[in-house]
Write a protein that binds this ligand. Structure first.
Ligand code: IFM
Length: 450
């Protein structure tokens, strides 16, 4: 295999891989775990394209030591996994499940024993079902229950966990889960879903405070970002693109980093004492995490073009339309491969927030391709790392990179069909086989240390 000579990243740059509980753990009801909203949603007939229900994941709950050994083999500096809220607090509030906490205790110990920094995400979409049934993120109380849970996890793991992530991709939860109904909990509320955004942001801010109160430090959040390209010059296209840019990028980043919503119309649609909440939401972060996959081409509503957007059906009554980006290679998921979009997004963040932008981590970046020989994944990662390096040389302070994902895993409504891993998983046997990209990434990490 040809080993790349990538540009040199700074000493101490953190190389990692990401994963999440629901997508990997399996053991959906083992050892006292409570059900999550995703357990219930995926069990509904027709929700998951390949007919799966996510209950097996990759068997990580039993096989985590194998995956930690794979991380060690990579030379990874950190592993971003997520803690399942209903495994730790089965009903989302009240009794703590000791066996659930014990699992993460063992995982953290094993990571530390291999010299790998544990970087847990406290919420990667698996809301305890009992809370979901009370409204989930539409209910303000969920934010307070999340902060309680964050404190519980920090009390137990804080002595060994040096880096924390509160919430993963609140925009996707709001858009896909509450606005479009494509993900759990399957609600189609369009703009009435905005309270779900506000309550996740509030939950994040409360959790930052709870984590710090429990002695934790180095706290961030993982937010999805996409450069939004206007589909045309017409007023309607520019309006659609701007609105999409606001709801997918700035509706989340602005409150976190500036303490304000991007425009007053959005602030007016949010529930509760918004000004007071924004104080909590903007509690200073130690770092900010960017999940980047591709840019989005957006214009006026164009229902005929929308089926292809990541397989999601975007209703035509929304005032924007997502279009195909032409002229780029595509992943097996159909997502355009645009490495420079990462640099573009980082530069946008830098110029929008300036001194208010804390150091960044790329908390997710990766692609879905089939096969153990996966030259296209290598090319994807190579291109994105070069783009990242360019952004850093243009002044963006990025401290580390986590690829999505260590192993193939359950890709939400796609089931097991989309494979994002550096390591192949045979879903019959759960056997792990490192792909060519795993060996490549190992050389990248090794090369950056020499
Ligand atoms: O698999 C997901 C992950 O859970 C959240 N970010 C995007 C990934 C790829 O779709």
């Amino acid at each position: 295999m040809k080993i790349p000579s990538l540009p040199t990243f700074p000493p101490g740059f953190l190389w990692g891989a990401s994963a999440s509980a629901f997508q990997t753990e399996g053991a959906a009801r083992a050892d006292g775990k409570g059900p999550s909203g995703w357990d219930a949603f995926a069990a509904q007939p027709g929700r998951i394209k390949d007919g799966g229900d996510g209950t097996r994941g990759t068997g990580f709950y039993e096989r985590y030591r194998e995956d930690v050994a794979l991380l060690a083999g990579l030379g990874a500096g950190a592993f971003r996994f997520s803690v399942s809220w209903p495994r730790v607090v089965p009903d989302g509030t009240g009794a703590v499940n000791a066996a659930g906490l014990d699992f993460y205790d063992r995982l953290v110990d094993d990571l530390c024993a291999h010299g790998i920094t544990p970087a847990p995400t406290l919420y990667h979409w698996d809301t305890p079902l009992a809370l979901e049934e009370r409204g989930g993120w539409l209910d303000r109380d969920t934010a307070y229950r999340f902060a309680d849970y964050a404190g519980i996890v920090a009390e137990r793991l804080g002595d060994r966990v040096p880096m924390w992530i509160t919430i993963n991709e609140p925009a996707e939860v709001t858009l896909l889960g509450y606005a479009l109904g494509e993900h759990a909990p399957g609600k189609k509320m369009l703009f009435d879903a905005l309270p779900a955004a506000h309550h996740q942001l509030l939950a994040h801010g409360l959790a930052v405070r709870a984590l710090r109160a429990a002695g934790a430090s180095d706290i961030g959040i993982a937010v999805s970002h996409t450069p939004v390209w206007p589909a045309g010059d017409s007023e309607e296209d520019r309006f659609g693109a701007e609105l999409y840019d606001t709801v997918s990028n700035w509706l989340f980043a602005d409150p976190l980093l500036t303490g304000a919503y991007p425009d007053e119309n959005f602030a007016a649609l949010m529930p509760g004492p918004v000004a007071e909440d924004l104080e909590i939401i903007s509690t200073p972060l130690d770092w900010y995490g960017v999940n980047y996959y591709n840019p989005t081409l957006v214009g006026a509503p164009a229902p005929q073009a929308l089926d292809s957007f990541a397989g999601f059906d975007i209703p035509s009554e929304l005032p924007f339309g997502i279009r195909e980006i032409e002229g780029y290679d595509r992943t097996d998921f159909g997502w355009p491969v645009v490495p420079d979009g990462l640099r573009e997004m980082l530069i946008q963040l830098e110029s929008r927030y300036g001194d208010r932008l804390p150091p960044l981590y790329i908390t997710e970046n990766g692609c879905s391709y089939d096969g153990i020989e996966d030259p296209r994944r290598i090319a994807f990662l190579d291109g994105h790392l070069r783009s990242l390096h360019t952004a850093m040389s243009e002044g963006v302070d990025v401290r580390g990179y986590f690829t999505w994902s260590l192993t193939d895993n359950f890709e939400w409504i796609e089931g097991n069909a989309q494979r994002f891993g550096l390591v192949h998983v045979d879903y019959e046997t759960m056997r792990r086989t490192p792909k060519d990209s795993y060996h490549w990434y190992r050389e990248v990490i090794r090369g950056s240390k020499s």
